[in-house]
Design a protein around this ligand. Sequence first.
Ligand code: BDR
Ligand code: CA
Length: 327
Amino acid sequence: MPSQPKGITVQFLLDCDPGHDDMLTIFLAAKHLDVVGITTVSGNQSLEKTTRNARRSVELAGLTHIPIAKGLPRPLVNEVRYAPEIHGQSGLDGVALPEPTVELSPLHAVDFIIEASHTYDELVLVPAGPLTNIAAALIKDPTLVERVKEISLMGGSMTYGGSTAAAEFNIYVDPEAADVVFRSGLPIKMFGLNVTRMASATVERLDRIRDIGTPFARTVADLVEFYRASLHNVYGLDGASIHDPLAVAVYIRPELFTMQAMNVQIELNGTHTRGMTVCDYRYVGREGKGIYGESGIIRGAEANAEVAVDMDVDGFFDLLTDTLALY
Ligand code: BDR
Ligand code: CA
C-alpha cells in the first residue's frame, strides 16, 4: 500500500473530538503516517467524553503507543455545543467499548502542540474538530507559525452548511478559533462538506468493511453503522459521511483529491451566516493571486488555502477498507 516515500519524514498530530469519523482518522493515519500525538477538544461531545473516546479508539486498535493530550473544554467565545444526535450520548455510540485504561499525557494539548513543533522539523497539524486548541496554541506562542509545516483540516464548506444553512459544525462551534487559524498565514488544506459528503459510507460499503471478518473490522462497522443511521435520521443521507479521514488520506493518496487555491474567510457576524467559510473562488486557477478590477474592488482575493473540490470516492473507500484490514 502506498505510504510516505522513504527518506521523507513528516510527522502528524491529530487534533480531534471523537466522534466516529475522528476515530477512523486515527486508524487510517496510524497505519501509513508517523502520528506523534492525538490532542482532544470539546466538539462532538464534552471534552471528557471525546478524550475518553480517543483513549477507547487507540485501545481498540492497539495504538496505545500514541500519546493523547487533553485540550480545551469549550470554544474561545461561544457557549459549548455538542452533536449527540449524530454521534450519540457517549460521542461514540453503537458498541459498548470497554472503559479505557491508557494514561493521558501530562501535558495540556495546547502545550503538547507547541512542544511537538519544537521536537519535529516537519510537523503537520490535522484538526478534525473545532479549531479551539490550534487557535489557543497560536495565541499562546505566535512563533508556532514558523515551526509548523502546514494544517490539513476538516471543516467548513464551499457550498451548504450542516449545522446551519451556511455553517459546518466544526467552524460553527468555534468561529473565532477558525478565524485565528485562517488568518495565521500557515499553509492550509481544507476538506469541507462540499467534498466530505461525497465520501458516503453506504450500507454496501460498510458491509465490505464488516466482511473483512476480524473482530476489529466488525466492531468498526457496527460503530459506523450507528453514525450512518444518525445521519440518515437527521439529514436523510443514504450513507455516513466519512468527513475527517480525508484530511489525512490526502497525504497517503494525494491523487484521490482535486485541490484549488482560494481565499477563505470566516464569517463572524452575519445574521444567518455566522461560522460560514466564505470561499472566494471567482478567480481560482489564476495562481491564487489577488486581482483588482479598475474600480478598485477586489475581484478575487489572495489565496490562503488549498480547498478540496473533488475526490475519487471509490479510491478512498478502497484505501480505508484495505487499511482497516491491516488491524
Ligand atoms: C464534522 O462534525 C463532526 O460531527 C464530524 O466529526 C466532523 O468533524 C462534520 O461537520
Ligand atoms: Ca470531528
